[in-house]
Design a protein around this ligand. Structure first.
Ligand code: SAH
Ligand code: SF4
Length: 336
């Protein structure tokens, strides 16, 4: 899909036709210009050539049918992955990629393993939401939430991510409420600082995964550049400016960061009233030996957080059977 040339192709027509054409793309979610019957036939053909709406993708549905992974082929042939999670409460969350690969190389992450290829354009990000909006429309349903938790580090592609978020949020475009959009960062401080000044209701999530610099640097090499204290200071400043909560994602990896000592250290640094912790059981991926924590460890870990009055929740797991869970986005088949 590429609608960059849309204004140019419709240049000779009255202005409202362009508005109508955009509505057809973002509201009626057409996948073929022939459906835009308000346009002359010849023009529709020209549009199909110059502004193709087709999204080249392969979809994989999980056994429980609550999660769908789409592997999208971009114009230059590179692959990205995007996932739809269908929650029991009716929310339909699309988890989008912001880069092809990721340069940060976290040791536990499948995307990190593949290295970095390039940033996605705003429309390449938006297209992922449109793909699932079209998919859900067939059953009379809508995308309700978008998270930037697919492949890549959103704050290393800051401008395009914010442009995409605006298109996703705009009433005349995809009209998904800012409070239903979340951006997750591994802790790029300049990004957090910029984000704090946006004046947006979009949620901020930080991948924490360890309560000390020593352990965090082992898991997330970026921590050597942006130490934990500096990340937390940037988040505190964000909270001061925006009065909004900040979510900290904490993976539970067996025998790595799930000990009682880790839980206590985590509780100590998560004291802020507007912090909350989202525990995520590690999803095994190819290329490393990490395993999810045992049920017993998870229970103990949560007990310690609770006793220390840390606000937390545990994320429901989706789509492990189709390698569609957090951190499993590798842009290729798992067997390859
Ligand atoms: N680069 C950003 C956003 C994409 S990753 C970031 O790191 O925040 C989205 C989330 O999935 C992050 O919290 C990431 O740490 C987590 N994740 C990575 N690998 C995972 C795995 N194997 N199991 C569960 N979560 C994983
Ligand atoms: Fe990149 Fe996030 Fe994966 Fe780390 S966890 S390698 S930052 S996508």
């Amino acid at each position: 899909m590429n609608i960059e040339k849309l204004p140019k192709v419709l240049e000779a027509l009255a202005k409202y036709r362009l508005k109508q054409a955009k509505e057809a793309v973002f509201k009626n979610l057409i996948g073929d210009w022939n459906k835009a019957t308000f346009l002359p036939l010849g023009l529709r053909e020209e549009l199909n050539q110059k502004c193709p709406l087709e999204i080249k993708a392969e979809a994989l549905v999980s056994k429980k049918k609550d999660s769908v992974k789409a592997r999208i082929t971009l114009e230059d042939g590179l692959l990205i992955e995007t996932v739809l999670m269908r929650h029991k409460d009716g929310r339909n969350t699309v988890c989008v990629s912001s880069q092809v690969g990721c340069p940060l190389g976290c040791t536990f992450c499948a995307t990190g393993k593949m290295g970095f290829r390039r940033n996605l354009t705003p429309m390449e990000i938006v297209e992922q939401v449109i793909y699932f909006a079209r998919y859900l429309k067939k059953g009379g349903k809508k995308v309700t939430n978008v998270t930037f938790m697919g492949m890549g580090e959103p704050f290393l592609n800051y401008d395009n991510v914010m442009k995409a978020a605006r298109i996703i949020n705009t009433k005349e475009k995809l009209n998904i409420g800012a409070r239903n959009i979340s951006v997750s960062t591994a802790g790029i401080i300049e990004g957090i600082e910029k984000f704090a000044k946006e004046g947006t209701q979009i949620n901020l999530a930080i991948s924490l995964h360890a309560p000390s610099n020593e352990l965090r640097s082992k898991l997330m090499p970026i921590n050597r550049r942006y130490h934990l204290e500096r990340v937390l200071a940037a988040v505190d400043d964000y909270i001061k400016k925006t009065k909004r909560q900040a979510m900290f994602e904490y993976l539970l990896i067996k025998d790595v960061n799930d000990t009682e000592a880790c839980a206590k250290d985590l509780a100590r640094i998560m004291k802020h009233p507007l912090y909350y912790v989202n525990l995520i059981l590690y999803n095994p991926t190819i290329g490393n030996d990490f395993k999810p924590s045992t049920a017993e460890r998870v229970k103990k870990f949560k007990e310690i957080l609770k006793n220390n009055k840390v606000v937390f929740s545990q994320r429901f797991r989706f789509g492990e059977d189709i390698q569609a869970a957090c951190g499993q986005f590798a842009g290729k088949k798992s067997q390859e």
